[in-house]
Design a protein around this ligand. Structure first.
Ligand code: XLS
Ligand code: NI
Ligand code: NI
Length: 438
């Protein structure tokens, strides 16, 4: 029996007034040689869509996410969530989901009982995967909600807590492999500090790296060939988190020899919390060969925390897609790590959120493609560095000069030619022309 009283969502074009239709996301439309659905492997976040009921620091949930089950019966509720989730993804044409172990079924304190409960729901989810072809984009272990992780997981001061975190990672890798996942995420919500007075930062970072190394060894031994991801975030819940931003996380991976197995999972809202743009984090990852996957959401500058809103800003999405296209696409996908606002508390709102997010990224793809095909900006950027194509520039690029050579060159040339305009305003007006000029 269907959970949602909404038919499958179809593409109807920009003029459609059907609120349950896509206006821009046309899965089969070919753009730059690939279909929209290949450019945009969308994923549903199990925790937000099937779990989050709108609870906030000031009030209880407003949405009913029991999906008709008796929520006190853990397995029945977990199955109802899976039924709802797969129906939801099928109706939207979404091929992937992302999950934490703890999202799948109510957690139990005892590890053996917890693993048995996870196996029971995993059997059910595997049947659904078999029936629908929908599978995991990535899995992860929730090493932040349970009070046992209050001092961290990999970074915990207690080796017993470290061992429990490792066991949860092992189980979550097993589940990811069973769900045919493309990747495995580490998001270090409790891997950081509240005060340096009680913290051995170096010791904690070494232990986080050790946990990651153990995870890679185990997963590769089980035949997992996907990517591991770090999802950087500067703060929240901790005052300072070690995976502050992409540059910090990439440096950490290189320091501990993890860079061959890991890439970045960039979340838009985390980028802005770190004082960067979403696009900046994508560029940093891409130029380091580590752009893996995206948590597609948007924050709110007036609120300033991880509000996880559905992305609606086409200007922002176009910039993100410009980076993704230039990087040749993602090996991961676009996970809507996003939730409805608290007053948007109906099942219909769940669909409205995803339609908004999918249409926003479809528009981003369309507009970024137009910017690339227009060519003016790409050409301008190339021409700005054209001095390096020959002469002294080419020698600098190929490391064929010494500092003395450059000194001689500078002495002989006199004052360098006047610098040329960076033309930012011209570029920004081209963007507006492409975005709104029809
Ligand atoms: C929290 C993170 C989290 C990760 C997965 O801010 O975005 O949801 O994506 O643990
Ligand atoms: Ni996230
Ligand atoms: Ni987040």
């Amino acid at each position: 029996m269907a959970v949602f009283n909404i038919p499958a969502v179809k593409y109807e074009g920009a003029k459609s007034s059907n609120e349950f239709a896509f206006k821009f996301y046309d899965a089969e439309r070919v753009i730059l040689g690939k279909t929209m659905s290949d450019w945009l492997p969308f994923a549903m976040a199990w925790w937000h869509n099937l779990g989050a009921a709108g609870t906030d620091m000031f009030g209880a949930g407003t949405a009913d996410k029991s999906f008709g089950a008796d929520a006190s019966d853990a397995l029945a509720h977990a199955k109802a969530k899976a039924d709802a989730g797969f129906e939801f993804m099928q109706k939207l044409g979404i091929k992937y989901f992302c999950f934490h172990d703890a999202d799948l079924i109510t957690e139990r304190a005892d590890l053996a009982e917890q693993n048995a409960a996870l196996d029971a729901i995993a059997d059910y989810i595997c049947e659904k995967i078999e029936q629908t072809g929908i599978k995991a984009l990535w899995g992860t272990a929730n090493l932040f909600s349970n009070p046992r992780f209050m001092n961290g997981a990999g970074s915990a001061n207690s080796p017993d807590v470290f061992a429990r975190a490792a066991a949860n990672v092992k189980k979550s890798i097993d589940l990811t492999i069973r769900f045919d996942g493309r990747g495995f995420v580490f998001w270090g919500g409790r891997e950081g500090y509240e005060t340096l007075w009680n913290t051995d930062m170096k010791f904690e970072q070494e232990n986080i790296a050790a946990l990651m190394k153990l995870a890679v060894q185990y997963a590769r031994g089980k035949g997992f060939s996907g990517d591991f991801y770090i999802e950087p975030k500067p703060k929240e819940p901790m005052k300072h988190q070690y995976d502050f931003d992409a540059a910090t996380a990439i440096g950490f991976l290189r320091q501990y020899g993890l860079d061959k197995d890991f890439k970045m999972n960039i979340e838009a809202n985390h980028a802005t919390l770190a004082g960067h743009t979403f696009r900046h984090e994508l560029r940093v990852s891409a130029i380091n060969g580590m752009l893996g996957s995206i948590d597609a959401n948007i924050g709110d500058t007036l609120l300033g925390w991880d509000t996880d809103e559905f992305p609606y800003d086409v200007y922002d999405a176009a910039q993100a897609m410009y980076e993704v296209i230039n990087a040749g696409g993602l090996t991961g996908g676009f996970n809507f790590d996003a939730k409805n606002r608290r007053p948007s508390n109906t099942y219909e709102d769940m669909f409205r959120g995803f339609i908004l997010g999918m249409d926003t990224f479809a528009l981003g793809l369309i507009k970024a493609t137009a910017i690339i095909e227009d060519g003016r900006i790409g050409e301008f950027v190339k021409s700005r560095y054209s001095g390096y194509n020959g002469g002294i520039g080419a020698k600098i690029r190929s490391s064929a000069v010494t500092l003395e050579d450059l000194n001689d060159y500078a002495l002989s040339q006199g004052e360098p030619p006047a610098p040329e305009s960076g033309k930012q305003e011209w570029i920004e007006s081209i963007i507006n022309q492409i975005m709104f000029g029809g």
